[in-house]
Design a protein around this ligand. Structure first.
Ligand SMILES: Cc1cc2nc3c(=O)[nH]c(=O)nc-3n(C[C@H](O)[C@H](O)[C@H](O)COP(=O)(O)OP(=O)(O)OC[C@H]3O[C@@H](n4cnc5c(N)ncnc54)[C@H](O)[C@@H]3O)c2cc1C
Length: 609
């Protein structure tokens, strides 16, 4: 316990840890460092293990790795025992302690290690260590969770004249800003620029990409996250004096009684409230199916995959859905050899099969290995890395890589929240069951966002948070309606859809007509010299109304909204054909696709009316 003796302020009594070593890592080097493998084992022996912390970082820069591991292991005040939720143990509170701990440990580490300690300072933490609010207030409405769902609910509650408290156990802002949409898209965008620099079709233009400064890319991503969390969440909360932010872990008791525990589990800090209404917006966490050997081997999930400090040489990604594919393509474009394993017949199985097929081809052209119909039987890990064993129709296959990412879905954050006692019923996967008004089986408790297990998109969380607040306060007047819900997968080319697929339209007994326009016919794509993709439209033959639109294109997310509006407005294909679309936009492709129901697109001249 060298480090503890020299640094009495650091108090270790909580965490266990798994060190995942990788091929090429030299375990003997750890003996020269503060946190050698053996010392970690010692910690296990000498301390009560109440949680298991998995560190899945590749060890390259040892001093930096030590710091990373140290702040995962200790808090300067060792305040994290008994973390009650997987989400908390995901490291958000840790992140906020990094700066302080780094400052505490840095001199010590510098003295003890020969290599230079570089590049360890992250952005200044935007949020301080969570603390329970100590106000005497009573509240009309308590919202649990400060993600997009929780914030939307709180703001609506305040607008409707209520005294509102938001309880947050971890980092303000929840998934999207901290570990979801923003960091993933920031990485994807960087990867795209890097890739396109050396993979374009313009003559006379340089086609080279020089080495990536991984640390700088990740630091810029983290800075963006911190900046946007402040401007989009913290400052917004500050602008509403009617809303009180309470830091702590919320648990429901009977009725509408809410207990808020200090996240450090300090009993004396526990507070109780009895609001009129409660809205639960506690989000979801990454989930992996039970597979033999998986837990023991350890793995990355979408959160830790966005925080790797070095680029892995190879990576297996289990799950060919949106999150798996986005992260796969980003890493592949930075140079990692990526193998995607999908259990279904196609990746992105909920999308049109033509789109899944073409996207598979494009990703393969970029060097990704994509294997479908893969049923994983076992995961093993040794000094060579991971071995993922699949079995299908008596054929056994083995896939190997340095690291493993499980992108196999997300499950609601409902455990440890006393929901049973409060009479809030859960579904099979732990999601909160709500009715069309987002009311739970406890009439005074509503739920919104990912925790309901429905439509896990940030804009739906925001919508449902607002709706839940209105219904909770004004009585059930607004029904949850996501019939026309555009969605985007931010690969390149991207996938965007709204409304029915062809198969769904048949299932709904429509008389179906479809058209598929290759991007080749869209001038914007021609000028961009990137004609990968297609636009498929599904319409009802008898009414001529548009039922669904499915786009595979670099700007698919920008095109789909026109289709969403058209479906919402019950437009016919003829209506769409009559709308002006500015020339040399990708969205003009939507009109051209509508025209291609009646005309051969090869016979349309420029901007044919
Ligand atoms: C890698 C990734 C990429 C994504 N990309 C996109 C995208 O591009 N577009 C998109 O629309 N969606 C995207 N999503 C999904 C999106 O992030 C979520 O749908 C959305 O953030 C969910 O918001 P929420 O408010 O329901 O929950 P969250 O944002 O998860 O908020 C829940 C909050 O509740 C807190 N909490 C939990 N339990 C308790 C408790 N007992 N007491 C107090 N606080 C508690 C948590 O700490 C958390 O802050 C992505 C998700 C991931 C993982």
């Amino acid at each position: 316990m060298e480090i503890l003796n020299k640094h009495p302020g650091v108090n270790l009594k909580v965490y266990s840890i798994w060190f995942n070593m990788y091929p090429g890592d030299d375990r003997s080097k750890w003996n020269n460092t503060l946190l050698s493998d053996s010392r970690v084992t010692q910690f296990w022996d000498e301390n009560k293990i109440v949680g298991r912390w998995m560190v899945d970082q590749k060890v390259v820069d040892y001093p930096r790795q030590i710091l990373w591991d140290a702040y995962l292991l200790f808090g300067p005040e060792a305040e994290w025992q008994d973390t009650p939720s997987p989400l908390i143990s995901w490291g958000m509170p840790v992140y906020h302690r990094r700066h302080k701990l780094m400052n505490d440990l840095l001199p010590l580490l510098e003295a003890e290690t020969t290599a230079a300690v570089t590049d360890i300072e992250g952005p200044e933490p935007a949020v301080t260590v969570p603390q329970v609010h100590r106000g005497p207030e009573e509240f009309d409405l308590i919202v649990i969770g400060s993600g997009s769902g929780g914030l939307a609910a709180a703001i609506r509650g305040a607008e409707l004249g209520k005294r509102v408290a938001v309880i947050e156990a971890s980092t303000i802002g929840g998934t999207c800003i901290n570990v979801g949409c923003i960091p993933s898209k920031a990485l994807l965008q960087a990867a795209e620029l890097y890739h396109v620099a050396s993979h374009h079709s313009f003559k006379g233009m340089p086609s080279t990409s020089t080495g990536v400064d991984w640390g700088a890319v990740f630091q810029q991503k983290d800075e963006l996250v911190a900046e946007m969390r402040k401007s989009r969440y913290e400052d917004v909360l500050d602008a509403y004096p009617e809303i009180t932010l309470i830091r702590g872990w919320a648990k429901l008791m009977s009725g509408t009684r809410v207990e808020v525990k200090d996240v450090n589990n300090n009993e004396s800090e526990t507070l109780h409230y009895t609001p009129d209404k409660i809205i639960i917006a506690t989000g979801a966490h990454p989930w992996a199916p039970p597979i033999e050997g998986l837990e023991g081997a350890g793995y990355l999930d979408s959160t830790s995959a966005l925080e790797l400090m070095t680029r892995p040489a190879s990576m297996i990604v289990v799950g060919g859905g949106s999150i798996g594919l986005e992260i796969s393509q980003a890493y592949a474009r930075f140079g990692t050899k990526v193998t995607v394993l999908e259990i279904q017949e196609d990746i992105i199985p909920e999308e049109e099969s033509e789109i899944a097929g073409e996207l598979t081809d494009y990703l393969r052209e970029e060097g990704l290995i994509i294997e479908t119909n893969i049923s994983i039987r076992q995961v093993r890990k040794d000094e060579r890395g991971y071995q993922v064993i699949s079995e299908n129709m008596n054929v056994t296959r083995e896939f190997n890589a340095e690291i493993l990412l499980m992108a196999t879905g997300r499950r609601a954050n409902t455990s440890g929240m006393g929901l049973d006692e409060a009479g809030v019923n859960l579904g099979r996967d732990g999601e909160i069951i709500v009715d069309d008004y987002l009311q739970t089986s406890n009439a005074n408790v509503y739920a919104a966002g990912d925790v309901t297990g429905r439509d896990m998109y940030v804009y739906v969380s925001g919508y449902s948070g607002k709706l839940a607040a209105e219904n909770a306060i004004n009585g059930n007047s607004r029904m949850y309606d996501t019939d026309i819900l555009p969605r985007v997968i931010f690969t390149d080319p991207a996938v965007a859809s709204v409304g029915m697929t062809e198969e769904q339209a048949y299932d709904e007994r429509h008389e179906v007509k479809v058209t598929t326009l290759p991007l080749e016919y869209i001038s914007r794509a021609k000028v961009n010299r990137d004609t990968r993709g297609l636009i498929k439209l599904v319409a009802d033959k008898s009414t001529d109304r548009l039922l669904g639109a499915h786009v595979l294109a670099p700007e698919a997310g920008e095109v789909i909204q026109a289709a969403a509006v058209a479906i919402k407005a019950a437009m016919t294909i003829e209506d769409i054909q009559d709308i002006f679309f500015p020339y040399l936009t990708m969205s003009e492709g939507f009109k051209l696709a509508a025209q291609s129901f009646d005309k051969d697109p090869a016979l349309l001249s420029c901007c044919a009316g």
